[in-house]
Design a protein. Sequence first.
Length: 152
Amino acid sequence: MTVTLGTNQYLNGDDFNMMAGFSIPLPVFNRNQGRIHAAERRLSKAENSRRNSEVRITTALNTAYQRLLAAYTAVTTLRKEIIPGAQSAYDATRRGYRLGRFDFLNLLDAQRTLFGVKTQYLRELADYHFQVAELERLIGGALQTNSGTFNK
């Protein structure tokens, strides 16, 4: 509501008049377009923020899954192929050393290779479990696996 109060002096003489008025805006033609546009901008900003969050979370999930898959592949390969091969090479070298076919340095080299492969397996296994924990953190729950873990 607007209230106005004022005076006027006429040009010929000492005549004055006093004016008073008030006005109340009627929202017949104003359909609150300014606030509607502001609300639409806030909605658009919220939708963009949601989309950005979805992309960021999807990227983080995809990256964590790829790391988990790489760790799983490394652990599986080490457990099923590399460690048994290194173990059989060490066993063969130990038998050959007892029979006099290999010297002590060959036996130590085979043993060092076996221990190095087992150490690498433990590192990869720790990385696998770290990646499982990271993925569970991102999804907010536990992973369900059919094969269990690699704690053999």
